[in-house]
Structure formats: C-alpha cells, structure tokens
Design a protein around this ligand. Structure first.
Ligand code: TLP
Length: 360
C-alpha cells in the first residue's frame, strides 16, 4: 500500500486525526473497572446527553456493543426478531445465540433496510408453552447491507411503538446512526426517541481508533456494563482511547456530509460505466454497493485490478462490490477511482488476479 492508495474497503480503515492523537496523549486516566477513569466517564456522560438517554457505557467494538445489549435484554431461549440482512444476523458470529442462547427470528429485509412492521407484528409469538418468548426487535440504522440506507424518524418511532405495545424492547444497531442523522438532517437523539437501547460506533465514519458506546436507561446500562465485564470488555486506563471518542463526537459528526457527497459522486460515475448497475439515488450515506453485470470479469478480478492501480474496495458476493468513503478520501480521489474503474473494465479480466479477501 502506498501513500497514494485510495482505501474504500470500509470507513473503519481511518487513522486517528491529529486532534485525537493529542487528546489521547493528554487524557487523564484511571481504572475504568473501578469507575475511576475521568475521560471514560466524560465520554459516557457526553454521549448519554447527546443521545438524550439516561446512561451510556463505553465498549471495545460494535460487535461487543450489540452483543452486550442483546444479552442484557434477552435470557436463554428468548426470541429476537431482526432482519435477515442485519449485521447482527450475518456478521457477528451469531454471538447472542452462541453465548446467550437467544433465538434469532430473521425477517426479510426490504431494499431500503426496513422490515415490514406488519409482518413483524404478526410474527410476535402468542403466550404458549410451545413457543419461545419474543422479547426484542433489533433494527439497523444506517443499514449496511442495503448500501447505507437511512431508516427515517417515522419508521424508527413506529418500530419502537410496535415493540412497546407488545411488551418487547427495541434495540438499534446504530453503528452508523451518526451518518443517518446527518443525511436525514435530524438530531441523532430524535432517531432513538423510542429505542430502549442503541450501540453506536466511534471508530467508523467518525474516525476514532477504537470503541463504541451503548446507551439506554440506567437499569439497562447497569446490566450492559455487567455483560461487558463477562465478555472481557472491562478495560483499565481506557481513557486513552475514550479521549479520541470525545473528539469523534464533538468534531467529526458534521463532516460526514463530505463522505456522503463523495459516495454519491462515486455512484453517479459508476452508473455511467458499462456493466455496472447502481441507482445513485439509493446512495444516501457513505456506503456504495453496486452490481457487476459482466461475463468477462468477476468482482474479485475487478477488485484485484483496481488494487494494482491503488484503489482498494471489497467484493461482497459473486456479483456485488462495496466501496465506503471516509475521511481520507477526497473528491479528487473519487475521480481517480472512476478512472481506475474505466481502465480495468476496459481491459476485462486480462492481467487481473483474484486473490482478494471477500468481505462479509
Ligand atoms: N461493519 C464492518 C465489518 O464488519 C464488515 C464494515 O466494514 O462495515 N453493526 C454494523 C452495521 C456494522 O457495519 C459493523 C461493522 C458492526 C455492527 C460491528 O462493528 P465492529 O467491527 O466495531 O465490531
């Protein structure tokens, strides 16, 4: 990889900003398992405040944030309804089933990332000894596999109201909720008004090196904090990394609009290319998923050819690839990326290997 490499594999690949490195170096710290790290405490208080929830807990990753949340809502044998394209369902090793005995009930995911709430309602189990108890609805905003689609406020509210009317809880995998808030031009807190819990990543578009935050009411966060400990996530002078998280939530949210504009520009350019199928209007945030409809080149070969020209992105299956803009990708980089695409697609599979890691 050179300095000129354009890395579109994910928004997780970013380097901490100068302000983050300075904040990390200067952070006052203590033992967070004793609750004595002032920087972690500050990040948690600031996040709870920003998201208008009673409390927050800092965790190591989005996967840990979701898992600790699910296991705090559900006991063994309880059922969770979620989308069949949800990151929790597809890409978190089935952790809530593997470690917590939570029964997943996947529902078809619409192209816009939503679940049909009528279908959800009719899938909630009656009180019958044959059935598990349906305790939780989990939704994802933005929705990764749908190409970073935003679930609007009305949908978020309706999902929460449905869950509550049936004595269930709503968890939001908000790994990229910040992106949804910016794209929809609403406060992140508004999207979570009806949510009982949410896990939000600091280390994706916001650029922090490590960490996610779980929010909810105080009782829930107390359980989630306990769950974090059994998952091995009770860390000590964690303020060193929480300091970057504070910079992330104070300085890095509004600039996500730049990533969204670059993603849209990429999608518009890709739509002009022969053999690529994408509707740019569906690209609402930083994720661009597109179909390759050519017989002479596979996604893995396209990706390998682009890599030789200094552009990294990920094949996600036998017909689709994913590119994610981030704070190191400029508008000029998008032009360079489109040139590279044109070049590789022009020469087809000639010279392109296929030794590329498939994401997901
Ligand atoms: N997504 C990553 C990889 O897992 C593929 C990515 O590059 O998009 N929820 C959602 C919606 C996510 O997209 C991810 C990570 C997670 C949870 C898990 O976060 P981490 O990687 O911090 O455990």
């Amino acid at each position: 990889m050179t300095n000129n490499t354009i890395d579109l594999r994910s928004d997780t690949v970013t380097q901490p900003t100068e302000a983050m490195r300075k904040a990390m170096a200067a952070a006052p710290v203590g033992d967070d398992v004793y609750g004595e790290d002032p920087t972690v405490n500050r990040l948690e208080a600031m996040t709870a405040d920003l998201l208008e929830k009673e409390a927050a807990v800092f965790v190591s990753s989005g996967t840990m944030g979701n898992l600790a949340s699910l296991l705090s809502h559900c006991g063994r044998g309880d059922e969770m309804i979620l989308g069949d394209q949800a990151h929790i369902f597809l890409s978190e090793q089935g952790g809530s089933a593997g470690l917590g005995g939570v029964h997943p009930r996947p529902m078809p995911t619409a192209p816009d990332g939503t679940l049909d709430l009528q279908m959800v309602a009719s899938s909630i189990r009656a009180d019958d000894e044959h059935y598990p108890r349906t305790r939780l609805l989990a939704i994802e905003n933005t929705h990764n596999r749908s190409g970073g689609r935003c679930l609007p406020v009305e949908y978020m509210d309706a999902a929460g109201k449905l869950a509550h009317s049936r004595d269930m809880k709503l968890h939001v995998d908000g790994a990229r909720l910040w992106n949804a808030a910016v794209a929809l031009n609403v406060a992140p807190a508004r999207l979570l008004k009806e949510a009982d819990s949410a896990s939000l990543c600091l280390s994706k578009g916001l650029g922090a090196p490590v960490g996610s935050v779980i929010v909810g009411d105080s009782d829930f966060v107390k359980r989630a904090r306990r769950m974090r400990k059994i998952l091995g996530g009770g860390t000590r002078q964690a303020g060193i990394i929480a300091a970057a998280g504070i910079v992330a939530i104070t300085e890095m949210i509004e600039r996500l609009a730049d990533d969204h504009a670059n993603a849209h520009k990429l999608a518009q350019g890709l739509a002009q290319l022969d053999g690529i199928n994408i509707d740019p209007e569906t690209v609402e945030t930083d994720i661009v998923i597109f179909e390759l409809c050519r017989d002479d080149i596979t996604p893995a070969q396209l990706s390998a050819g682009l890599r030789e020209l200094g552009v990294l992105l990920s094949p996600i299956d036998s017909t689709h690839l994913r590119a994610v803009t981030n704070l190191h990708v400029t508008s000029t980089d998008i032009e360079r990326t489109l040139d590279a695409f044109a070049q590789v697609l022009h020469s087809g599979s000639d010279g392109a290997g296929d030794g590329v890691r498939v994401y997901g």
